[in-house]
Design a protein around this ligand. Structure first.
Ligand code: TMO
Length: 310
């Protein structure tokens, strides 16, 4: 018996280098695509890296809030841009129910907030900005044909964070002077910024960093500081700005077991503000397709992503 155990141990040791790292499953890694440029380009960047490692990949368009429930249920494998302000709550709700894991944090810090292009500050169109209290005295500067004489806040699509901004306008006592209009998509935000710039007119839009607009200069309005529980959905009155936040990665809990190599790479993967701004810029400035932008980004940034695979 003792001899048999010794033999089994020897056999186990001999095969250890091979069995310790199991091969990734050939089942596809399912990557979601949402409705802003860096996220879609990064989907193809990460999918491209996985494919170079020999994995199979599938892309599915998904709602950016519902995606965490889809990851929990293993319909989608990962989420690679979990923005704290907009998706933190859905992410942690899904984690709490079980089935979603935190796969680490990107180097980039984030902000998702209402703001104005740099020239609005430089030309002093609303003296006192970026302090939010300056808004009380210049709503006319931000009025548009459809805003009924009030200043317009051009929000992103309502699917991103519901009534966060309408609630904030009310909570800050700006309801008589400002109104929120939701853009149909991110492209509508960029088109409006472009036309406002041509006309030199005042404009307030939702925007975020990292984004392609970092390069030209975009100034976020400084609202009363964020704290946990200040938002209406968290039981507060909503009179706070967005957090200076993190950008995380999420995965289905089985991903480390089914695809150990891909998971290791995904957990190491961390992009900077510039990396992410560049991914967006290839689409929104250079007008490339998301797929071509990802190929171009991978080709010129090997020194960034290769180490994640090692
Ligand atoms: C989630 N987003 C970056 C559009 O704010």
């Amino acid at each position: 018996m003792k001899k048999l155990i010794t033999m089994l141990c020897a056999a186990a040791l001999a095969s250890a280098p091979f069995s310790a790292i199991a091969a990734d499953s050939s089942e596809p890694i399912v990557i979601p695509t949402h409705n802003w440029s860096s996220q879609v380009v990064m989907a193809y960047v990460i999918g491209g890296i996985f494919e170079k490692m020999g994995n199979n990949v599938e892309y599915v368009p998904a709602d950016s809030q519902a995606v965490y429930e889809a990851i929990r249920n293993d319909d989608i494998t990962i989420s690679h841009e979990v923005w704290q302000s907009t998706f933190g709550k859905s992410f942690y709700n899904a984690m709490e129910k079980g089935g979603v894991i935190d796969a680490g944090t990107h180097e980039a810090e984030t902000l998702e907030e209402m703001g104005v292009p740099q020239y609005v500050i430089d030309d002093n169109l609303c003296p006192g900005l970026p302090n939010w209290e300056a808004l009380k005295d210049c709503h006319e500067v931000f009025a548009t044909a459809d805003s009924g004489g009030k200043g317009r806040w051009l929000e992103g699509p309502q699917s991103w964070h519901g009534d966060l901004m309408p609630d904030r306008i009310e909570a800050l006592g700006l309801g008589d002077k400002y109104v929120v209009k939701f853009a149909g998509g991110a492209d509508a935000l960029w088109a409006e910024l472009e036309s406002a710039k041509k006309e030199g007119r005042g404009i307030i839009t939702f925007n975020w960093t990292p984004n392609f607009t970092d390069a030209e200069g975009f100034v976020f309005i400084e609202f009363p500081p964020f704290f946990d529980g200040c938002r209406k959905v968290d039981g507060g009155d909503g009179s706070c700005g967005s957090p200076k936040g993190w950008l995380k990665k999420a995965a289905n809990y089985k991903f480390p077991k089914t695809h150990p190599s891909a998971y290791k790479t995904f957990s190491k993967l961390s992009f900077s503000t510039k990396n992410i701004g560049d991914m967006a810029s290839l689409v929104d400035i250079d007008k490339m397709s998301h797929q071509d932008a990802a190929k171009a980004w991978l080709a010129s940034n090997e020194e960034v992503w290769k180490p994640f695979t090692e």
